[in-house]
Every structure is written in structure tokens, then in C-alpha cells.
Design a binder for this molecule. Structure first.
Ligand SMILES: [Zn+2]
Length: 336
């Protein structure tokens, strides 16, 4: 059955649902623990499915419908989180080719810098280093954690393949992935500087240079400006350093949200009105700050469609995985 017929059927059944899709990267990395990447080939197939559906609308239309409190028309909105360089290099030209509107939620700490996000750097050290010492030790909040590589100091082809095929839904297949997850959990609630300190300790222990991988960096200032200047696209807030906001005081949250918004306002010339919670983490204080900052809509990572009764500051989204067009079409059908 073609998508058109499926969507007609869904329309009759649910009448007024809109969904927001969440992308991060258009890339094909050697390891993708958090399923953040869709390959360029699969992304193009997904765009062809979306084009055929005729359902994709700009973020501004969705916000208007929410605030007018009328029955939402069935629609799909596209979003990208974090501000990775491939959003400019790979997503932008394909979105333009298919004339698809999209919103990019950008964390600004690394814009214009040759620097990877902490979770990517940790992945690189633990899952891609050809040689690791037999033991690794880190200290977090005064507690020392020691990890034993258990014979996986050398990255064999067998381990490499296991890493390539693994994601966080599955049990960790190697000691290296177990250690990665353990340290990820410790770092996730920490400040940016504390995360960087632990990464430095790990890099020093391994004793090799880790130059930043270009394709894992954020956009340059010029790239972000150019992206923002395209009529199809809008830029949204995503904090400065990508903290798990619910772990922090209202004051710290306000600093992160305000400085990010101001940086992007100056850079793009536009006042932002949409926001995405980093890692989906927020609490009441976050919502109060967003209201004070004039944000009209904010997005979580809860898999939930948008309907007219929903709070515009806790809108759900559906993460898109590295699926071909056919598999993507099935997912859309399920979500709608
Ligand atoms: Zn993010």
C-alpha cells in the first residue's frame, strides 16, 4: 500500500494528529551508541517519502495551530538537535533539494571551534582507540573509579565489528562498551568543565593524541549563519553546553538558556521562539525560565504526538533511526 493511502486511513482514524521528528546527524560513523545518525542515502529516501506524503509543514505553522487551539491538521515537522557540522554539509542540501522546512536546535559552546561533544569524545577514546592500558582510573566528585579492560586493550577486528553493530538498546557486547556506559552515566550530570577534566585524564592515561574529528565538530559561525539565512529553516535554542538541565539550579539553567538564546539572536538576527531540552531533561524551573525568555514551544524526547490540548512547552518528538525509505514509511504510519 502506498503511503498516501496509509495516511488517508490514519487521517480518518485520528483526524488531528501532528508529529515532530527528531534527527541529530546525517552521517555514517564507525560507532553510533545513541542511534544519532542517519546515512545520507537513507535520509534522502526518507525525504522522498515525506515529499510524497505532502504533510511536512514549517515549525511556525505548527506553533500557530497550537496557539489558535483549533484542531491541528495532520502534519509532520522536522527537527535537528545539537548543531553538528553535517547539518550544514549533508542535511541542508538535501532538505533544499526536496524543499523541506526544518528547525535546527543548536548548542552553542562549540560553534566555530574544533571540538567534539563529550559523549563522542568518550566513545572515541573507549571504543575506537587501537590500544588502551590494562586499567583506567578516573575521579568523579571525590570518588575514584577503576576499570579493568579484561583483555580488550587491543581493538581487534572482532571487537570493532561488535561496536559497529551495537546501540544502547542492546546489552553491552564488550568490556569497552560496558566501561563507556559506566563513565557516560557518571559524566552525564556533571558540568561542562568537570566532563572535560575527566576526558583529559582518560586521554593522558591512554597517552596518544586525539585530534578532533572534523565530521564530529559543530558548525562554523559562517555555516550556521548561512543555514539560518535559508527561508526554509529556523534556528532554535538548545543551551550553551548541553547540560542535563533538571540536575541544575534555576540560576544555572537560566544562564545556559539565556546565553544560548542571545548568542543565536546576535548570530542569526532572529529572536528564537522554540527550544529543545538537551537529552530531554527538564523540570518546572526550566519551564519557568523558558517562559521568562519568551519561548513559545519546547520539545522533549518523549515519543508523543502533538494535539491541541498539549502544553506547548512539553511537546513530544519521535527519533528517526537509520532506516531506508520503506522502514521509515512504516514508522511514520505507526506514529500517525
Ligand atoms: Zn542535544
Amino acid at each position: 500500500m502506498i503511503l498516501h493511502r496509509l495516511l488517508e486511513k490514519a487521517k480518518r482514524k485520528f483526524n488531528s494528529q501532528s508529529i515532530v521528528l527528531m534527527y541529530h546527524r546525517i552521517a555514517d560513523p564507525a560507532v553510533d551508541t545513541w542511534e544519532l545518525s542517519v546515512s545520507a542515502a537513507n535520509f534522502e529516501e526518507q525525504l522522498q517519502v515525506l515529499k510524497k506524503s505532502g504533510l511536512v509543514i514549517p515549525m511556525s505553522d505548527l506553533i500557530e495551530q497550537i496557539y489558535l487551539k483549533k484542531d491541528l491538521r495532520q502534519a509532520i515537522v522536522l527537527t535537528f538537535d545539537d548543531g553538528y557540522i553535517d547539518n550544514y554539509l549533508c542535511a541542508k542540501p538535501l532538505l533544499e533539494k526536496y524543499e523541506m522546512p526544518a528547525t535546527f536546535f543548536v548548542s552553542t559552546q562549540h560553534i566555530g571551534k574544533k571540538k567534539e561533544f563529550w559523549w563522542d569524545e568518550l566513545e572515541k577514546i573507549l571504543m575506537l582507540s587501537p590500544n588502551l592500558p590494562a586499567n583506567l582510573s578516573i575521579s568523579v566528585r571525590g570518588v575514584c573509579y577503576r576499570y579493568d579492560l579484561n583483555g580488550e586493550t587491543i581493538l581487534t577486528d572482532e571487537i570493532r565489528v561488535k561496536h559497529k553493530n551495537w546501540n544502547y538498546h542492546q546489552a553491552a557486547p564488550t568490556h569497552r562498551t560496558q566501561i563507556y556506559l559506566g563513565i557516560w552515566k557518571l559524566l552525564s550530570p556533571l558540568s561542562y568543565s568537570a566532563q572535560q577534566e575527566v576526558l583529559e585524564v582518560l586521554k593522558t592515561s591512554v597517552g596518544i593524541e586525539y585530534p578532533p574529528r572534523e565530521e564530529f565538530c559543530s558548525m562554523s559561525v559562517e555555516q550556521l549563519k548561512e543555514l539560518a539565512s535559508v527561508d526554509l529553516f529556523t534556528i532554535g535554542g538548545h543551551t550553551v553546553t548541553h547540560p542535563s538541565l533538571a540536575n541544575w539550579s534555576k540560576e544555572i539553567q537560566a544562564q545556559e538558556i539565556t546565553a544560548n538564546k542571545e548568542y543565536l539572536r546576535v548570530l542569526t538576527g532572529n529572536n528564537l521562539n522554540t527550544f529543545a531540552y538537551p537529552s530531554g531533561s527538564f523540570n518546572n524551573a526550566t519551564i519557568e525560565v523558558l517562559k521568562q525568555q519568551g519561548y513559545l514551544a519546547a520539545f522533549t524526547t518523549h515519543q508523543q504526538s502533538v494535539d491541541k490540548d498539549i502544553d506547548p512547552l512539553t511537546l513530544g518528538r519521535f527519533q528517526v533511526n537509520n532506516w531506508n525509505g520503506k522502514r521509515f514509511e512504516q514508522a511514520i504510519k505507526k506514529w500517525l
